[in-house]
Design a protein around this ligand. Structure first.
Ligand code: RET
Length: 262
């Protein structure tokens, strides 16, 4: 069977630099987003501060893992005199999956928190979506590290089952809740859901790159760049939207009602 992403596939100097710079940029962006989200807490009403705290925790966890991913890339390859050599140390894909295992349920929880539903609804939605998200990541990992396409496709397909459930929940279940949001915030909450849907949908597409014959160092690079772009949108991008929703709702609620329209 054809090997799709053996740890020591050599990348070209361009591929090496693209991934190197993308990891470095993302480390800085996740760190900056963390500072912004945590420092903005005092600008929103107390009800929304937990959403901002959690958004910042997500970007902080990601900043840490991008540091480790960046280090691992530098351990796996050396660019010297215009030539990339594989050092023999494997590039570690596990950092990314451990990051996702922690951050993906938290991202869904921050989306639910900012909607300010009843306590019972918040708990039940957070539990169901959080569990499905964790399952999706756990099932995806064996496929990510597999070196042949059938194994990758098998685990990827299994992982897509909880993924489809999450998308369905986001559109059906949360749809009703969105309609109960106050008018000022409704549009932004819809945008947050759309950003989540679009950025999350990007991961399985990137995962499928080897299915269409992309192999070796090119596969490694395409997958790393794709996941990195998706992470920036899904974590830092969503964090900024969460801040915008929180501050808009805080301002509106300062004028009296809680803004729930049943
Ligand atoms: C911050 C990280 C995020 C939001 C990661 C999200 C990851 C996914 C939505 C991954 C989904 C996958 C599938 C649906 C099938 C193939 C395997 C995965 C894990 C890439």
């Amino acid at each position: 069977m054809r090997s799709i992403e053996a740890p020591m596939d050599v990348v070209t100097p361009l591929q090496f630099s693209l991934a190197y710079n993308a990891f470095s940029f993302t480390l800085a962006a996740m760190g900056a987003a963390t500072a912004f989200l945590w420092l903005s807490r005092s600008q929103v009403a107390p009800a929304y501060r937990t959403a901002l705290t959690i958004s910042g925790i997500v970007t902080a966890i990601a900043a840490y893992h991008y540091l480790r991913i960046f280090q691992s890339w530098n351990e796996a390859y050396v660019l010297k005199d215009g030539i990339v050599t594989a050092t023999g140390f494997a590039f570690n894909d596990a950092y990314r999956y451990v990051d996702w295992l922690l951050t993906v349920p938290l991202l869904l929880i921050e989306l639910i928190l900012v909607m300010r539903l009843s306590a019972a609804e918040t708990a039940s939605k957070a539990t169901r979506l959080g569990t499905a998200a964790a399952l999706m990541i756990i099932l995806g990992y064996p496929g990510e590290i597999a070196t042949d396409i059938p194994t990758r496709a098998l685990w990827g397909t299994l992982s897509a089952i909880p993924f489809v459930y999450i998308v369905w929940e986001l559109f059906r279940g949360l749809g009703d809740s969105i309609n109960q949001q106050r008018v000022e915030a409704r549009d932004l909450v819809r945008k947050a859901r759309l950003l989540t849907f679009a950025s999350w949908g990007f991961y399985p597409i990137v995962y499928m790159a080897p299915y269409v014959g992309i192999t070796g160092g090119t596969a490694t690079t395409v997958i790393q760049l794709g996941y990195t772009i998706a992470d920036l949108l899904a974590k830092a991008g969503l964090g900024i939207l969460i801040f915008m929703i929180s501050s808009r709702k805080s301002r509106a609620e300062a004028h009296g009602d809680t803004g729930h329209y049943a």
